[in-house]
Design a protein around this ligand. Structure first.
Ligand SMILES: [Zn+2]
Ligand SMILES: [Zn+2]
Length: 133
């Protein structure tokens, strides 16, 4: 006899226990300063919850993601791979040193620099040296 007893209904701590909590919040829509009352997960005022703004918000998110991607691309190595298992590969730092990276499924951002040049100060030194030939 191990797990045959009927289990008590399990209530996680995060589960609402009746009344939904309403908070006063500021709308997250860019430049909207409306304060509104909403549940924990809501982000936008009544106006900006309308469908016509959803597209706009999606576009903005897209742009943000693109910007972040470009920022990442500067100091990281974007590797578009389709490995479904973790795979080792060798990358080359701009200093010429080879180093190992482990490709992880669905992850496309990897270090661009060898361990030594992941230090921002060392990296600046390297970039200056490369710029001056
Ligand atoms: Zn709003
Ligand atoms: Zn290096």
């Amino acid at each position: 006899m191990t797990e045959d007893r009927p289990r008590k209904p399990y209530l996680s701590k995060n589960e609402p226990t009746g009344a939904t909590k309403i908070f006063e919040k500021q709308c997250q829509y860019p430049e909207c300063t409306t304060m509104y009352f909403g549940v924990g997960a809501s982000k936008y005022c009544a106006e900006h919850q309308k469908n016509e703004y959803k597209k706009e918000l999606l576009k903005m998110k897209d742009n943000e993601a693109k910007k972040e991607y470009e920022e990442n691309a500067k100091s990281n190595n974007i590797i578009e791979h389709s490995h479904t298992k973790t795979t080792q590969m060798t990358a080359t730092c701009p200093c010429g040193r080879h180093f190992n990276i482990t490709l992880i499924p669905d992850v496309h951002i990897y270090p661009k620099y060898c361990p030594e040049h992941r230090n921002i100060y060392r990296r600046q030194q390297l970039e200056e040296r490369l710029a001056n030939g």
